[in-house]
Design a protein around this ligand. Structure first.
Ligand SMILES: Cc1ncc(COP(=O)(O)O)c(C=O)c1O
Length: 385
């Protein structure tokens, strides 16, 4: 009997689908001591270290039929693409090694010959992609809503009409929208305005792309499902390494005609990894049930916030229209000292903002590893040494 048959017979195979939750809640007794213990307020997911990552990968590889892909096509990757197409309610999906490239591939193809693209001035695509759209694809990005998350419909109309009415008439080809907006503490693009902008774009024949790197956090805060968001857009990118604990990776979803053959362009940009599976083999485990685990993580965070606020030294602020972040200030202790003391107790804080000393705290399932009352005590103990 080989190992896989043995595991199937022993019932381990049946237990595998709950792995994600078990790891998050630290209920497993058969894993190496010291692993999966940290509460980490810096991450969108479980912030695995290399040993934790390979421990989960080992379990996935021994309990599931994991078939290697070839240049990011076929094998495990094909199944992952089908799964995400279904989760997003799109006909097809393609694996891309980074979200940066996923956004670029989508927007350049959607634009075609209409090379003017409206984007949020605060978006990742405008700020953190090295002007790839201009340099490599000849696109002209127009940044709107400086300092804000939401582009108002009036702004969109103004730029569409201004472009069409120029000496050389230009058609806006694409509107790219990011929600939640990372640079704005993961604030939502206001959902009502989003629908109005998308409806207008459709009427004008303007194509729509969603940078939904963290879009699986949207339903809890907006009441709209992932599929409802996805349906507003021609193409959608979702990150595989933020919520779903891949080592890297992204999914780009759209209709079958759009995705068909796009792997050639992925390869042209050097983005077809000869073997992509090791970076994403555990993603499906965490995608199943993610929204439920995220809602639980917020319930735990709210308990922690209430306990911290009962101590006058802590001040907590929620982000208006926010998603996965709250802001924490601690009076009477230098931020670096608090960070160091908490780290010794297994709690990882993000860098405090240099101007205010405020910690931008990420809500994620690592907060389910320790009861909120215990965690609050760890914070209060760390105030004095
Ligand atoms: C909103 C947003 N879009 C796109 C990306 C790019 O993803 P990647 O790091 O996989 O290239 C990021 C990454 O941080 C992001 O936060």
């Amino acid at each position: 009997m080989d190992r896989r048959q043995f595991l199937a017979g022993s019932g381990v195979m049946a237990a595998t689908p709950v792995l994600a939750q078990a790891v998050a809640t630290n209920t497993r007794t058969d894993i190496e001591p010291g692993l999966f213990k940290h509460v980490d307020f810096t991450s969108d997911g479980l912030a695995f270290n290399p040993l934790e990552y390979t421990t989960v990968l080992q379990e996935v590889a021994t309990t599931r039929d994991l078939e290697a892909d070839y240049y990011s096509n076929g094998g495990f990757i094909a199944g992952l693409e089908r799964k995400f197409a279904q989760l997003l309610g799109k006909e097809a999906a393609m694996f891309v090694p980074t979200g940066t490239l996923a956004n670029h591939l989508a927007i350049r193809k959607l634009a075609g010959n209409d090379r003017r693209v409206l984007v949020q001035a605060e978006s990742h695509f405008y700020n953190d992609s090295g002007d790839c759209a201009d340099t490599l694809s000849g696109l002209n990005l127009i940044p709107l809503a400086l300092g804000r998350s939401t582009i108002e419909l009036a702004d969109v109309k103004h730029w569409v009409e201004r472009s069409a009415g120029s000496r050389v008439a230009m058609k806006v080809g694409v509107i790219s929208i990011e929600s939640p907006v990372r640079r704005k503490d993961h604030e939502l693009f206001e959902p009502g305005e989003l629908e109005r902008v998308c409806m207008y774009a459709r009427e004008q024949g303007i194509r729509l792309h969603l940078d939904g790197a963290r879009m699986f956090n949207l339903p809890l805060h907006s009441g709209k499902s992932v599929r409802e968001y996805s349906a507003l857009f021609d193409t959608v990118f979702v990150s595989l390494w933020k919520h779903f604990n891949g080592a890297s990776g992204a999914i780009l979803a759209g209709d079958a005609k759009f995705i068909d053959g796009l792997f050639h362009t992925r390869r042209m940009f050097g983005g077809s990894l000869p073997q992509a599976w090791p970076g994403v083999a555990l993603v499906t485990q965490f995608a199943d049930g993610y929204e439920e685990v995220y809602a639980k993580s917020w319930r735990a965070a709210d308990q922690l916030i209430a306990l911290l606020q009962s101590d006058t030294r802590f001040k907590v602020q929620k982000v208006p229209n926010g998603t996965s972040r709250f802001l924490l200030a601690a009076a009477g202790v230098a931020p670096d000292d608090l960070t160091e003391r908490l780290l010794k107790r297994g709690v990882v804080l993000p860098h405090a903002r240099p101007d205010t000393g405020v910690f931008p705290m990420q809500v994620n399932p690592t907060s389910l590893r320790t009861p909120s009352a215990t965690l609050a005590r760890v914070f209060t103990d760390s105030m004095s040494g």
